[in-house]
Design a protein around this ligand. Structure first.
Ligand SMILES: [Zn+2]
Length: 362
């Protein structure tokens, strides 16, 4: 996200491309060839959401198990049905990558009197607690909340990003700027060069468009959408310099906030709702204090622990629906005060805090 704060812009020192020049296919290919599979989607995600018996009954490899063959893991409530909504075809695109089946869980009995709720994780695959938090919610809390809400839970939108610990997809595109219906984000503040660089084929952002298509078919009006993310030290060390290099721009420096925060929607801030989520997470982990000039990641604080973005204009996942209440969680996993488990529990607390508020206040 670009900061509107005036500060000294940093020229890109990224090892790919030339400063000030937008990447072409050659630079994107150089970038892709540097990416390495570092962990297994099958072992760390699919093994926790699919029934091991249904995997072994068909093939030893869960990646080759298709939806029609798989059942949900027995630890996940039978009030939810497993839906295989797409397979991201990356097998031939990147060495070591696979074709990645992606799944969502949906309330089996849809009750018109209950609020409809969307929970998304792993839009940014490197943000581990977003994925593991959605899975933990599925396995420990979803059964209870199915009594009070119609749930759709998507634990990991970007499996290749999960395996390569990456913000972008293999086409060097950020899925969380790609929840749009045409080929360019609607960011009017963008420079022409940047807008050009951001122009993408919808088919090149399968992570976003597979889910948009699946939800479009379901035609659900949501009361709540919560999208699970992290802000990490690698954002400053790798991903922001890479973004500036790709788009031939510079970037403003800011400190990574030490603690949890939320990103609401500028057009529907829902202050009381955001406050309820912050309070729920505050019982588990520390909330980020405002940084310099009362900002977090360069954006003015709207309220304690909350900044707002124009989510639809920026093509963010949180702007994908017209939900009355929407928020994006930002867990800080690199804080000396937290560990992996605390980050997962913070995500679960954000989900349950949001659900409790919406169930009570609809
Ligand atoms: Zn993120």
């Amino acid at each position: 996200m670009d900061s509107s704060m005036p500060s000294t812009p940093h020229a890109s020192a990224y090892p790919i491309g030339k400063p000030g020049q937008v990447w072409g296919e050659e630079e994107k290919s150089l970038w892709l060839n540097k990416q390495v599979i570092q962990r297994s989607y099958a072992e760390q995600v699919l093994a926790l959401i699919l029934d091991p018996a249904s995997i072994s009954a068909n093939t030893a490899d869960p990646m080759e198990t298709t939806a029609t063959q798989s059942n949900a893991h027995p630890e996940i409530t039978s009030a939810l049905e497993l839906v295989h909504y797409n397979t991201l075809a990356y097998n031939t695109l990147h060495q070591g990558a696979s074709d990645y089946p992606v799944y969502l869980f949906k309330s089996r009995h849809w009750d018109e009197t209950k609020p409809n709720v969307l929970i998304t994780g792993g839009v940014h695959g490197y943000e581990t607690s977003g994925v593991q938090g959605a899975i933990r919610f599925l396995r420990t809390k979803a059964q209870h909340y199915c009594q009070h809400a119609n749930l759709i839970i998507v634990p990991c939108l970007s499996p290749w990003g999960y395996e390569t610990i990456n913000r972008w997809n293999p086409h060097a595109i950020d899925p969380n700027r790609s929840f749009v219906h045409d080929t360019a984000p609607h960011d009017t503040a963008m420079t022409q060069a940047k807008a050009q660089a951001s122009k993408v084929q919808l088919s090149d952002v399968q992570e976003a468009h597979a889910l948009m298509a699946a939800l479009g078919e379901l035609a659900v009006n949501f009361s709540l959408h919560i999208d699970l993310h992290e802000t990490t030290d690698s954002d400053n060390a790798e991903f922001r310099p890479a973004l500036a290099a790709r788009d031939g721009t510079s970037y403003d420096n800011w400190d990574i906030p030490d603690g949890f925060y939320l990103v609401g929607d500028t057009l529907k801030p829902q202050a009381e709702f955001q406050k309820a989520v912050i309070n729920a997470v505050n019982a588990i982990t520390h909330i980020a204090p405002a940084g310099e000039h009362a900002r977090l990641i360069g954006v003015p604080i709207a309220q304690f622990g909350v900044i707002n973005y124009p989510t639809k204009a920026l093509g963010l996942c949180a702007g994908m629906t017209d939900a009355t209440y929407c928020t994006t969680t930002e867990v800080y996993p690199d804080s000396p005060l937290v560990d992996d488990e605390n980050c997962i529990l913070a995500q679960v607390a954000a989900i349950t805090g949001a659900l409790d508020y919406v169930i009570k206040n609809r």
